[in-house]
Ligand binder design. Structure first.
Ligand code: SAM
Length: 200
């Protein structure tokens, strides 16, 4: 476990980080209705779920969700919300950035949907691909390197260069790829790379 990252994120969540950001990712809300038509058994994994805005949205739309995050503080908040709403979300305290066991905690061919929203770890995409069932979908959204005034990490280490998300997903059938300045549902602007792909 990367304890400095764990500590950093725990402290952020203890101070109420993202407390008001309860809206799910707009990319997820746009694509979910299109994916559900093709799937009967709805199992999803949410990598770096945080307090679960996207896990909760999925569970409210009939999905059984496995949520992974390095911050046990975030997961406790997610568990509290999901228990009170009786939602089928299982939380896993996991360092998803550990290169020694990159993706080992994921079971092959398990999920119909894998999401990784605003957590920078392109090397995990290959493992997420393996964890998908054939016909399953992957939705990834990452902060892009930019010189514009946008929300998200100030440290460029946590932003990705243009085209790199697309390149990381080339084994998959890419259904949609987009890069640019995007307005979040709360009106704030983010520089994002967004990918929707399918395991064929
Ligand atoms: C910007 S937040 C995004 C949270 C959520 N995906 C969302 O869209 O609201 C980034 C999340 O990544 C988690 N995280 C950072 N490093 C991680 C790691 N190595 N393994 C698992 N989660 C990690 C943090 O705890 C935090 O919840």
């Amino acid at each position: 476990m990367n304890t400095s990252s764990q500590k950093k994120w725990n402290e952020r969540y203890q101070k109420g980080a993202y407390g008001t950001r309860t809206h799910p990712s707009a990319l997820l809300t746009e694509w979910l209705p299109k994916l559900q038509n093709h799937t009967r058994q709805l199992r999803a994994v949410d990598i770096a779920s945080g307090t679960g805005r996207n896990s909760i949205y999925l569970a409210q739309h009939g999905w059984q969700v496995d949520a992974f995050d390095i911050s046990e503080v975030a997961l406790e908040l997610l568990e509290k919300k999901s228990n009170s709403k009786k939602l089928p979300i299982t939380c896993f305290h996991q360092d998803c950035g550990d290169t020694q066991n990159q993706g080992d905690y994921l079971i092959d061919d398990e999920y119909n949907l894998a999401i990784m929203i605003r957590y920078t770890n392109l090397s995990l995409i290959r493992n997420l691909y393996r964890a998908l069932k054939v016909g399953g979908h992957l939705i990834v959204e990452e902060h892009l390197v930019t010189n514009k005034e946008v929300i998200g990490p100030k440290n460029p280490k946590f932003r990705i260069p243009p085209q790199s998300l697309y390149d990381a997903a080339k084994e998959l059938k890419v259904l949609s790829y987009n890069e640019g300045l995007i307005k979040d549902p709360d009106g704030r602007t983010a520089a994002l790379a967004q990918l929707v792909a399918k395991k064929s």
